[in-house]
Design a binder for this molecule. Structure first.
Ligand SMILES: Nc1ncnc2c1ncn2[C@@H]1O[C@H](COP(=O)(O)OP(=O)(O)OP(=O)(O)O)[C@@H](O)[C@H]1O
Ligand SMILES: [Mg+2]
Length: 388
């Protein structure tokens, strides 16, 4: 059996993992006392092929690459509950130890602290509906993920929120569990056939105050159909203004999820909104194309929508272990000190797998680090308020 003081990783964080997953710091102490906090010894450094959780009574071998062997490089904020569960299970089989001041334990208690801080927070709601267009012509930077998770986070905080899916891919509709089969009446009919938003809107199955205007594949043809239409850049704004004016209960937020292009659909979104939210992925090409996006927004502001402003930039898929992510984040903060949210969205398996269950990460795994980050970002947006 490997001695606890060997250079392998030894963690007695069973109680902290439990607390992070179950959300009660008070229980930590009790669990630790009653359960005699376990020690987990990973011999990953000395035995590369396997790592072992050892205890006085049991030894469990795990294949290399399993969550346990990644302990040295995996921070708690990136430690998904499934990994945490594996660690917890192993820890409960391990022997007694008194060490709780490990980096992982500290990070897990930090997660618990964040959860408590969020639970204590009451989010202000705006007096007037805030319409935010989530745009970046670069593909796959987290526009849809940001749209649905911020919307869900704000709805969970008590706001009435509408998501308009303006991307023919229909990803926001999928992530919100909203029907968007080809025959569904959708945002396409709103833009092209003057259908009322009130007749196409659907309620989220997970949040009572979250609604969605779905997108179907028909929207792919709208870019071309719009070209010859009268007031082609204003179609969404006209429909949205009418809807908001006639809505019995006021909406606090509208999020418009854009496709990865700067075509007429995105222009419609810019014209309908007061604010632009730009998600930026923390990687090398992140800033390429940003100047073109900003130039387009300036043009819209000058010619079509004088109130439009980039109010919010959110750094997404952040991986704190890489220097590159830190450099990109710093560069974006240097350029846009007033717009970039303090909250960073970490790269998270939970965030990426939630849509496959037709859910946001807020409903799928509310206590995961990714969910907490979106809840914190939403709180920041609510507290900052609309730009004056
Ligand atoms: N924080 C994150 N951690 C891990 N995966 C993420 C995260 N954010 C987004 N993803 C994943 O990255 C991919 C792209 O995200 P998303 O669809 O939100 O980007 P997008 O900008 O809307 O893309 P598109 O330009 O195609 O509309 C998706 O598979 C999503 O699940
Ligand atoms: Mg998208």
């Amino acid at each position: 059996m490997k001695h606890p003081d060997d250079d392998g990783i030894r963690v007695d964080y069973a109680a902290e993992i439990y607390a992070a997953m179950m959300g009660d710091t008070e229980e930590v102490g009790n669990t630790a006392e009653v359960g005699a906090a376990a020690a987990v010894t990973s011999s990953a450094t000395s035995a590369p092929a396997t790592s072992s959780f050892t205890s006085s009574s049991a030894s469990v071998s795990m294949p290399a690459g399993s969550p346990s062997t990644n302990l040295q490089t995996t921070s708690a904020s990136q430690c998904e509950p499934s990994a945490a569960a594996a660690l917890l299970s192993a820890a409960t089989h391990a022997g007694p130890s008194a060490h709780s001041d490990t980096p992982l334990a500290r990070e897990l208690s930090e997660i618990t602290r964040r959860r408590h801080a969020l639970a204590a927070e009451v989010l202000p709601v705006p007096d007037k509906t805030r319409v935010l267009t989530v745009a970046n012509q670069k593909g796959g930077v987290g526009k849809t993920t940001t749209t649905v998770n911020l919307a869900a986070a704000l709805a969970r905080g008590g706001a009435r929120v509408l998501v308009i899916d303006l991307d023919p891919q229909g990803n926001a509709s999928t992530a919100l569990g909203i029907d968007h089969r080809a025959e569904t009446v959708s945002v396409y009919e709103v833009i092209i056939n003057d259908e009322l938003i009130a007749t196409v809107i659907q309620k989220s199955p997970d949040f009572d105050s979250l609604f969605c205007v779905p997108a179907t594949i028909h929207l792919a043809g709208a870019e071309i159909e719009l070209v010859s239409m009268v007031a082609r850049e204003q179609r969404l704004r006209t429909a949205l203004e009418k809807f908001l004016a006639e809505s019995e209960q006021p909406f606090h937020y509208v999020f418009i999820d854009c496709p990865p292009s700067l075509g007429l659909l995105t222009i419609n979104a810019f014209v309908a909104a007061q604010e632009v939210l730009i998600p930026i992925q923390c990687e090398y090409y992140a800033l390429e194309g940003l100047s073109q996006l900003l130039t387009n927004i300036k043009l819209i502001e000058r010619h079509l929508n004088p109130v439009l402003a980039v109010s919010t930039i959110l750094l997404t898929m952040f991986d704190s272990r890489t220097n590159l992510a830190n450099q990109v984040a710093q560069e974006v903060r240097d350029h846009f000190p007033d717009q970039v949210l303090t909250t960073l969205i970490p790269r998270s398996v939970r965030i990426s797998e939630a849509p496959s269950y037709g859910q946001t990460v807020i409903s799928y795994d509310a206590n995961s680090p990714g969910s907490l980050s979106y809840l914190e970002a939403a709180a920041e947006i609510a507290k900052r308020g609309a730009p004056q």
